[in-house]
Design a protein around this ligand. Structure first.
Ligand SMILES: Cc1cc2nc3c(=O)[nH]c(=O)nc-3n(C[C@H](O)[C@H](O)[C@H](O)COP(=O)(O)OP(=O)(O)OC[C@H]3O[C@@H](n4cnc5c(N)ncnc54)[C@H](O)[C@@H]3O)c2cc1C
Length: 381
């Protein structure tokens, strides 16, 4: 086994880190409090080419595989503390660009991918409904075909990017009797008749990532905007989640490293009882635990992305990685607060924000409990 990055990959990682550290240096505490999306930051990500990453050159992209995308996301997560902005970027990339790229017709790809990859259009996806979360395929939103169009009716909630999105991949049932095999996916533009966005939702963390409900009331969607055949919705959703669980979580990997370095620095410079607090075993052991979590998280996530890049399916590793990383992020964020004492708890020091952001990672892309169900079922339980 060779886990060494190639020279090109090392250069890629360093270049992205340098970009992120240069452009996302400003304090975001105030913007986080106001729950403000960084539209300028989005443009910087777009200009740097982040939204081109997985898109082939034919559609204006860079054609990077999952492993190289992961490395870029890790470097961004390290250099850019605005996890809300990176979360919004992740929704755009993994839940809108990827399904259109993987399941779209040539016409759909030609219409949407160039503008999505340049950042001119903002995307996301809408599966969750008020009564359907983990049990995603129990959605009630219906799509009924009438000639050349589908009429969609239903309500979606917790939809990342919805307040700013131009295009969403929306999931709806085309045949209720078929259960998950009756779910279909549609590319829905914000200007389609009957599409509207509900109230913005206030969140505990990831505040700079805009979230809202989406209402589909007799929403008219051309048949040419159906993604894949009728009934392909579950395969499309699973493919998105597969990318999200490896690449979005790369940002968290970078955040874990940044957090660890900050804690080491603080433990060396904060003195109590005449010595640096890092000399107290209770502090140094927390830091050792954080380092162990970071390294194990990196190993499993790299393995998942490497499997994807080499054409292997890794559903169990993917579930293990998602579960381990999100739980590690929460535990290390708690440790970081404890290491910083009262300063860790005060918003103005920017330490507590990681915990608020991290808690969400145990919920989106399938909760920790659902990942355990996946692992257990692969073990025959
Ligand atoms: C920040 C954020 C962004 C999001 N963005 C999007 C988005 O862009 N698009 C979108 O479609 N959705 C999005 N979601 C929704 C997300 O996918 C759901 O919140 C998630 O799937 C869980 O569904 P739920 O909230 O309805 O919880 P529920 O499914 O009601 O779960 C409640 C609790 O019960 C547990 N539970 C449920 N079923 C089982 C089971 N079978 N076994 C064991 N335990 C179980 C869960 O683990 C959880 O602890 C987002 C959520 C968050 C927090």
């Amino acid at each position: 086994m060779d886990f060494a990055l190639t020279e090109d990959q090392i250069l890629l990682k360093e270049t992205v880190r340098a970009f992120a550290e240069k452009h996302f240096r400003e304090s975001l505490i105030e913007r986080d409090e106001k729950a403000e999306f960084d539209a300028e930051g989005w443009k910087k990500l777009a200009e740097f080419g982040i939204f081109k990453l997985p898109i082939p050159e034919a559609y204006g992209g860079l054609g990077k595989d999952a492993f190289n995308c992961l490395i870029v996301m890790e470097a961004l997560g390290y250099g850019c503390p605005d996890s809300g902005l990176l979360f919004a970027a992740g929704s755009h990339l993994w839940t809108c660009e990827i399904p259109i790229l993987t399941f779209g017709t040539d016409a759909q790809k030609a219409k949407y991918l160039p503008d999505l990859s340049s950042g001119a259009l903002i995307g996301g996806h809408a599966m969750t409904e008020p009564d359907s979360g983990s049990d995603a395929f129990s959605i009630r939103t219906k799509a009924v075909r009438k000639g050349d169009v589908y009429i969609l009716n239903g309500a979606k909630t917790f939809i990342s990017n919805a307040p700013i999105a131009d295009v969403l991949v929306v999931f709806a049932s085309t045949d209720k009797d078929k259960g998950f095999a009756g779910i279909s996916a549609f590319i829905v533009e914000k200007g389609f008749p009957g599409y509207s966005v509900g109230r913005p939702l206030k969140k505990m963390g990831l505040k700079t990532s805009p979230t809202s409900e989406v209402i589909l009331q007799d929403c008219v969607v051309p048949v040419s905007n159906r993604l894949g055949p009728e009934g392909a919705g579950s395969a499309i959703f699973n493919a998105e989640m597969d990318w999200e669980r490896s690449c979005l979580f790369g940002c968290h990997l970078g955040a874990l490293e940044r957090q660890l370095e900050r804690c080491i620095e603080y433990s060396k410079t904060r003195h109590q009882f005449g010595q640096p607090i890092g000399k107290f075993q209770s502090i140094s052991h927390k830091i050792a635990d954080m380092k162990v979590r970071l390294e194990l998280a990196r190993l499993i996530l790299y393995k998942v992305a490497w499997s994807k890049s080499t054409g292997q399916k890794a559903p169990v590793d993917s579930a293990i990685a998602k579960l381990f990383l999100s739980e590690a992020y929460v535990k290390s964020s708690l440790d970081a607060i404890q290491i910083h004492g009262g300063y860790g708890y005060m918003a103005e020091f920017g330490v507590e924000k990681d915990l608020r952001d991290a808690v969400a990672s145990r919920i989106y892309s399938g909760t920790s409990e659902i990942q355990k169900n996946v692992i257990a079922s692969w073990l025959g339980l």
